[in-house]
Write a protein that binds this ligand. Structure first.
Ligand code: MEV
Length: 325
């Protein structure tokens, strides 16, 4: 039995426009984040994660990803993506792990199969949601969901429960974003459920979802023209609409307000309720110190990060314990 390690990595993601409304089939614009998770796997006599026995009952994501393995395996994970912070750590982990498992089993899943694997793994964890995070973490760079005029760059079409998501590769001009982490952990599932409850009992909430869709389309037109002023304005409007839907919080608003004087726009990113915000800026150092001075952790992100890929080396970063939500 070969006990060689097989490694793969995948980036996190941040949503420029369209989180939550994308769950209802509306458009979204998402970039791969400049931070990665790496997963290594090798054949073994018992299942371990970072040297500890795996409790599959408490690890739905791992249980899903290993369902077809006919032998035990050792897994090592390392990450610089903060977990439960809206940066797609579970989608990135799923993509990296599925690719590493494929490598160990001598199969190359290809992007399309990898997305299905990562999306289904995420659903096993959070119950519902769109394939946006999985698509961004697998493909990397920039992706658009349900954006008109991107048909010639179409990557895949995924449908579920009456919603359809057409995912395309998009060009993203060189831009600088600063991500600010509030440090408040907020898993995705409960935020998605909260919005779903609101939408199911109020037409007004559905109007907010529609309006986020319109703002996303205007923001995408601005992105294509590298019109950072308009894009920033759309991001701030999106933040206000998401706040009305109830997924912002005091800590997120504090970091958004701190970043705004030095930014074209700022908003929460991901499912909200805590986690991260982003600011579009050409003064990343000033935005970073504004965020840090309000108690947040800042990361400067460039565009153009590659998607999931095989790695030749074992991870040497901090060990990443798969969060159990
Ligand atoms: C989470 O990163 C994005 C949400 O839109 C949920 C989803 O699309 O599955 C809130």
């Amino acid at each position: 039995m070969s006990r060689r390690w097989h490694s793969a990595s995948a980036p996190g993601k941040f949503v420029i426009l369209g989180e939550h409304s994308v769950v209802y089939g509306k458009p979204a614009v998402v970039l791969a984040a400049d931070c990665r998770i790496t997963c290594s796997v090798r054949r073994s006599r018992r299942n371990t994660l970072n040297g500890e026995p795996i409790e599959f009952a408490r690890q739905p994501l791992l249980r899903y990803l290993t369902r077809n393995l006919r032998h035990a395996a050792d897994f090592m994970t390392s990450s610089d993506i903060p977990a439960g912070a809206g940066l797609g750590s579970s989608a990135a982990l799923s993509a990296a792990m599925a690719l590493a498992i494929g490598s160990m089993e001598g199969t190359d899943p290809g992007e399309r199969q990898l997305v299905d694997e990562a999306y289904n793994a995420e659903l096993s964890l959070q119950g519902s949601g769109s394939p946006m995070d999985a698509s961004a973490c697998v493909h990397g760079k920039g992706i658009g969901v349900n954006l008109p005029g991107t048909e010639d760059r179409k990557l895949w079409r995924i449908s579920r429960n009456g919603n359809v998501w057409n995912v395309s590769d998009i060009d993203v001009p060189e831009m600088t974003f600063v991500v600010g982490n509030t440090g408040v952990k907020a898993p995705t599932g409960p935020q998605v459920d909260k919005v779903r409850r609101f939408v199911s009992r109020s037409n007004f909430a559905m109007e907010m979802i529609e309006e986020i869709g319109n703002v996303t389309l205007s923001g995408y037109e601005a992105l294509k023209k590298n019109d950072v002023e308009t894009l920033g304005r759309m991001m701030l409007i999106d933040h206000k609409l998401l706040s009305i839907l109830g997924v912002s919080c005091r800590e997120l608003n504090k970091l958004v307000n701190a970043a705004l004087p030095f930014s074209y726009g700022a908003k929460l990113t991901g499912s909200g309720g805590g986690g991260c915000m982003i600011a579009l800026t050409d003064q990343p150092e000033r935005v970073s110190s504004a965020i840090t001075s309000r108690g947040g952790t800042a990361y400067i992100m460039k565009t153009g990060t590659p998607g999931a890929k095989i790695e030749e080396c074992m991870p040497d970063g901090p060990l990443f314990d798969i969060p159990v939500f």
